[in-house]
Design a protein around this ligand. Structure first.
Ligand SMILES: Cc1cc2nc3c(=O)[nH]c(=O)nc-3n(C[C@H](O)[C@H](O)[C@H](O)COP(=O)(O)OP(=O)(O)OC[C@H]3O[C@@H](n4cnc5c(N)ncnc54)[C@H](O)[C@@H]3O)c2cc1C
Length: 397
């Protein structure tokens, strides 16, 4: 255990292979879903239904849901370890990860009635909450300028607008939607006037919601979602009208920690793959791994993954101790996103021509591990956060 502070409210973080039983249990499930399973899904962009069901049945996707609602109420570090281990086993954590952090908005800001209604069903797998509608075509990273409107009419809100890159919308029962309830021109602060809703996607399809898949570089269930006068019951508003941006921000640290640790898992899979290959591939009468030109980039990838892992652990420790963790969570996500892709890229170089063969699985991990620098938030936005909120530099946008 490493202590982060020297005072009374000490925060400590586990070093080494923490949560070993959890890791072993995740690995046992992942062993049933080899590379051929993921390759076949890519062929027709389909969803890993059996994999997600296995994770749900084992309770892993409900790890952050409190026990009173049927989850296991584990710390965020435990959830992060689950995602890391999924990716380090060659499977794809991002197909189920959103449920872990989206659920937090409902848990922290939802009414008792909403929590009692949704959380037990999410925990049991009866309902999937896997879709998160924030990004729009014209606003991108500038979230507060999003244009989807939700206008209150009696006991309903009427929603019109469009989201883009909404992952898993076709495979989720529910969507957490961020929409404007007061036009931008009528609010004092641009962060005001945004609200969060739970949308019943299955119920709404063809009745004000249309979902179109995006043909994307990775199999992530990416879609465009169109809202045309969709009627959402007023009881589906989470928390107070107009405070939704704050609610979404509240969930960002958890998202950064989980996604950062998941990226470390991808990096570890790529590195292990490359080291095994380097030790076994013989060219010029010796293993290619004997060449410093091959081993040094692998050593550097390992170092960068260790640094990223340490930052992820620190951020999780602060989060679990309910201490300020914005800086650590942002740093963790940035270094992990870069370390993961570097490991994947070095692994490609190590495997040479074979890295392009789909059966070696590496090209898929290379594509998948590129995403972390762009989604759920791009690197520049993290740098802007550090510049402004940590260093005290002038806001740049
Ligand atoms: C596979 C995939 C899955 C996704 N899943 C979801 C999802 O489920 N839900 C959802 O809501 N969104 C999702 N996204 C969207 C993702 O969060 C956005 O793509 C991301 O936040 C960046 O927004 P953008 O693509 O509009 O880029 P833009 O905002 O247009 O930015 C483009 C580039 O310009 C840079 N940039 C922009 N403004 C500035 C500035 N002021 N200073 C410096 N640099 C700047 C950005 O950092 C970026 O590099 C997903 C995206 C992908 C690719």
């Amino acid at each position: 255990m490493l202590n982060l502070n020297n005072n009374d409210d000490e925060v400590s973080m586990p070093l080494g292979r923490d949560y070993p039983e959890l890791r072993d249990a995740v690995q046992r499930i992942c062993a049933q879903f080899p590379g051929s399973y993921w390759r076949a899904l890519e062929d027709d962009s389909s969803y890993p239904t059996e994999f997600i069901e296995a994770l749900t049945k084992a309770g892993f996707l409900a790890s952050l849901i409190p026990e009173e609602y049927g989850g296991s109420g584990l710390p965020i570090r435990a959830a992060a370890v689950i995602l890391e281990e999924i990716n380090a086993s060659g499977c794809v954590a991002s197909q189920g990860h959103a449920q872990m952090y989206i659920m937090g908005t409902l848990l922290r800001h939802g009414s008792d009635a909403q929590k009692n209604h949704y959380l037990p069903k999410i925990a049991s797998g009866e309902l999937r909450l896997q879709a998160f509608g924030v990004t729009e075509p014209t606003s991108g990273s500038d979230t507060t300028s999003l244009k989807t409107m939700a206008i209150k009419q009696g006991d309903h809100y009427v929603v019109s607008g469009q989201k883009v890159w909404t992952s898993r919308a076709l495979h989720s029962d529910l969507m957490l939607l961020l929409a404007r309830t007061t036009p931008l021109g009528e609010v004092v602060k641009k962060t005001d006037g945004l609200s969060v809703f739970i949308v019943d996607l299955k119920e709404s399809l063809g009745r004000g919601v249309e979902i179109r898949p995006i043909d994307a570089m990775i199999n992530h269930g990416a879609t465009e979602v169109f809202f045309d006068q969709l009627r959402v019951p007023a009881e589906n508003l989470i928390g107070q009208e107009g405070k939704g941006f704050k609610y979404i921000l509240d969930g960002m640290n958890a998202e950064r920690i989980l996604v950062g640790t998941e990226a470390v898992g991808d990096g570890r899979w790529c590195l292990n793959h490359a080291v095994n290959y380097a030790n076994n591939r013989t060219v010029f009468g010796r293993s290619i791994g004997k060449n410093q030109g091959v081993q040094f980039p692998l050593a550097r990838a390992h170092i960068e993954l260790e640094v990223a892992d340490t930052m992820c652990r620190k951020a999780a420790a602060l989060f679990d101790a309910k201490q300020e963790c914005g800086e650590a969570a942002n740093i963790a996500k940035l270094v992990a996103s870069e370390a993961a892709f570097k490991a994947a890229d070095v692994a490609m170089q190590t495997l040479g021509g074979y890295s392009f063969a789909k059966e070696y699985e590496l090209e898929r991990k290379w594509r998948e591990s590129r995403l972390y620098q762009i989604a759920p938030i791009s690197t520049n936005m993290i740098l802007a956060y550090i510049a402004q909120h940590v260093l005290g530099l002038e806001r740049s946008y």
